[in-house]
Write a protein that binds this ligand. Structure first.
Ligand code: GLC
Length: 474
């Protein structure tokens, strides 16, 4: 290390090092509440390399657990969307819209005058059966490297025993009776995963109930009172100091009366390798967070796609097989995102007692099985020169790279014994393998195109990875 080379004699060098090194070790970078300072925060390597996180939407809305199964395209701004919102975690908003299917559902199952916050007592009873260790095991088996839990969604109910009183809810309806945030954090970390926290800073229907009826209300229903700003700052501080989240995932902007830059600086100073999403409504973020949308090219800025396994984030009992992403599509989606510098934050919507719906479990298991064999092409990789290509028979290909290897993943099952990947000239001496099969593959060049002879039996069920190692790298 250069600071230790300047001493004239061995003894003075040692003395200098003894003086300087502890001082260096004790002085991590301090961040201040300005965009310039926050922008100096480097993207932590763990987050860049993790590629897969599990998002969890769990709360009072998991009790009714219902939304209409429409709008697969998530066209948020259409008038019809708001009344038919497929997000079950929006139940409290949608049930108040006259003529909405959610209002009819609520009337039929609970009665027109049944208050949403009555669900608190039911939720508290149901969560007694919840086993955080089992969840952590499921997420680990699915191949996730981090978890992000809703600590407070738009309904204002918190999943940790916040000491900041909510002025509008009775004390027994403000938060869950178990410290879900703390218990899950402990279980997840025991599995070697990191724990991130989602917080709805923008909407809190206990402070400004709305409802949101039309597109213009999306902005109007954000509480901006002094009291709310203080409340959000205080809850954020409580989450940061109490749980030191690996990801601070705010939603729907931050109240103007609050102090987002101060909170971000305090967060980095407490958790230097933490990451912040781009939904604080300020010009600083470690990553972009498109929702139910992917990018069509490599993005220099890190991004994280979030979406549910189905059409909703929160549990929707009306969803089944047809509304849930198919295993092959899910794996193709992950490969596509990673080839473009993204992570996938894949959401599960557990039932009120913590049961993860069977259709969702099946997807998590398929993903985990594929990653156990092919994770080398995903974790710790970087985008290559280009994200995509195709074979002569029209199968889509996605590229990732890591040290000396290039990974070409086929998003479809080849029909014949060989494939031709278009525009992929390799250097002589390159070695090719299919992940899951130890035998090298024979290959040849057809002009610029690459012909590869495939193993007689393909070693995977979905997305086949060809690993290419060139003597001097790719
Ligand atoms: C949206 C929705 C919300 C969901 C979130 C996840 O902003 O309002 O229900 O929690 O995005 O990205």
């Amino acid at each position: 290390m250069s600071v230790c080379r300047s001493g004239k004699t061995v003894r003075s060098t040692v003395a200098l090092c003894l003086l300087v090194l502890p001082a260096l070790a004790q002085a991590p970078k301090r961040y201040g509440p300005t965009i310039e300072s926050l922008d100096e925060h480097p993207l932590p390597q763990w987050y860049d390399e993790a590629k897969l996180g599990i998002f969890i939407h769990w709360g009072l809305y998991s009790v009714p657990g219902w939304a209409p199964v429409v709008h697969p395209e998530h066209d948020f701004t259409s008038q019809d969307y708001i009344k038919n919102n497929p997000y079950a975690e929006w139940y409290l908003n949608t049930m108040r819209l006259d003529g909405s299917p959610t209002q009819a559902y609520h009337r039929e199952h609970y009665g027109a005058n049944y208050d949403y916050y009555n669900f608190a007592a039911i939720f508290d009873k149901e969560i007694q059966r919840w086993n955080p260790e089992a969840w952590a095991q499921i997420f680990q088996d699915a191949g996730a490297k981090y978890v992000v839990l809703t600590t407070k969604h738009h309904d204002g109910f918190t999943l940790w025993p916040s000491s900041i009183p909510n002025p509008t809810l009775p004390p027994d309806r403000q938060h869950a009776s178990r410290d879900i945030v703390g218990e899950l954090r402990a279980a997840v970390r025991k599995q070697g995963l990191r724990m991130g926290l989602y917080y709805s800073g923008g909407y809190d229907w206990t402070f400004l109930p709305g409802p949101i009826r039309e597109a213009a209300d999306y902005e109007k229903v954000k509480p901006q009172s002094e009291a709310y700003g203080k409340y959000v700052d205080a809850q954020m501080r409580e989450l940061i100091s109490g749980y030191r989240p690996a990801v601070l995932w705010n939603d729907i902007d931050y109240p103007k009366s609050g102090h987002p830059l101060e909170i971000m600086a305090e967060y980095y100073n407490a958790v230097p390798d933490g990451v912040i999403d781009d939904r604080f409504g300020v010009k600083h973020a470690d990553f972009k967070s498109p929702e139910y949308q992917t990018l069509n090219q490599i993005s220099a800025k890190k991004w994280e796609e979030c979406r549910g396994l189905g059409r909703s984030f929160g549990y929707n009992r009306a969803e089944g097989e047809p509304e849930t992403i198919a295993p092959d599509q899910l794996i193709d989606l992950l490969v596509d995102i990673v080839s473009k510098n993204g992570n996938l934050l894949l959401d599960v919507g557990p039932e009120a007692d913590g049961t993860i719906p069977t259709v969702q479990m099946e997807r998590l298991q398929a993903l985990g099985a594929w990653l156990r064999q092919n994770g080398e092409a995903i974790y710790g990789t970087h985008p290559w020169k280009r994200a995509s290509g195709e074979t002569a028979e029209g199968i889509e290909v996605r590229f990732t790279q890591k040290s000396l290897a290039l990974y070409a993943t086929l998003l479809g099952r080849p029909k014949g014994p060989s494939i031709i990947v278009k525009s992929l000239p390799l250097k002589a001496g390159a070695k090719l393998f299919m992940l899951g099969d130890a035998k090298p593959l024979s290959w040849s060049q057809r002009g610029n195109d690459l012909k590869v002879d495939l193993p007689a039996a393909l070693p995977a069920q979905y997305a086949y990875v060809i690993k290419i190692v060139e003597p001097s790298g790719v």
